[in-house]
Ligand binder design. Structure first.
Ligand code: F6R
Ligand code: ZN
Length: 185
């Protein structure tokens, strides 16, 4: 019988295979204004990749879901851990689910009132991101942090709404994870 071979995720690494994939790399030079210490960012190699995203190329129609994997590499800009840009969904009411696959980090969640919370991300963790909630991954470990995500095709991204940024930042200080209130930027 000609069974359909669906796409696959290799759980241990997050590698997506057998599917039509879209890939995007985000580099140090792309992350202007994201980290607290921009001069420290400018001292790093601009072409250094901070995170890679792979998305199964599926339909964006109303009701359909996207599946993607983010690989966030270990590193810091100054003392601040590497992180994704972070976004609200353009369609604010649309939620998302993240599943930790490997590595250790944090998921920063923030509502429209600017109230933030942090969830630990590790292999097997499940993160329910409600609607109206901005989200950002932070790699606090020394390994790659990989997470699988499923979100509505109609959700879209709104990066500009976070122009003022998240209200919390995460740094390494004396080999410890330090959470600080962001300065009014
Ligand atoms: C999709 C989603 C993830 C992120 C990815 C990169 O809604 O949340 O696939 O898009 O982790 O982060 P951003 O988009 O903030 O650069
Ligand atoms: Zn999202």
């Amino acid at each position: 019988h000609p069974f359909i071979q669906p796409p696959q995720v290799e759980w241990a690494s997050g590698a997506l295979t057998k599917g039509p994939l879209l890939r995007k790399s985000t580099r140090i030079r792309d992350l202007i204004g994201i980290f607290a210490d921009d001069p420290a960012r400018q001292r790093l190699a601009g072409e250094h990749v901070v995170y890679d995203v792979e998305i199964l190329a599926t339909s964006p129609a109303e009701g359909e879901l996207y599946t993607g994997v983010t690989h966030l590499y270990p590193g810091r800009v100054g003392d601040e851990y590497f992180m994704t840009r972070g976004h609200f969904h353009a369609r604010r009411e649309q939620g998302e689910v993240y599943f930790g696959l490997r590595g250790n980090g944090l998921l920063l969640l923030q509502n429209e009132q600017g109230q933030a919370r942090l969830e630990s991300v590790c292999a097997g963790s499940i993160h329910i991101i409600p609607g109206f909630t901005a989200h950002r991954l932070i790699n606090t470990g020394s390994e790659v942090l990989s997470a699988l995500a499923v979100w509505p095709g109609v959700a879209g991204h709104d990066y500009a709404a976070l122009a003022k940024g998240f209200t919390l930042r995460v740094f390494e200080e004396n080999q410890q994870i330090q959470v600080r209130e962001a300065q009014n930027e």
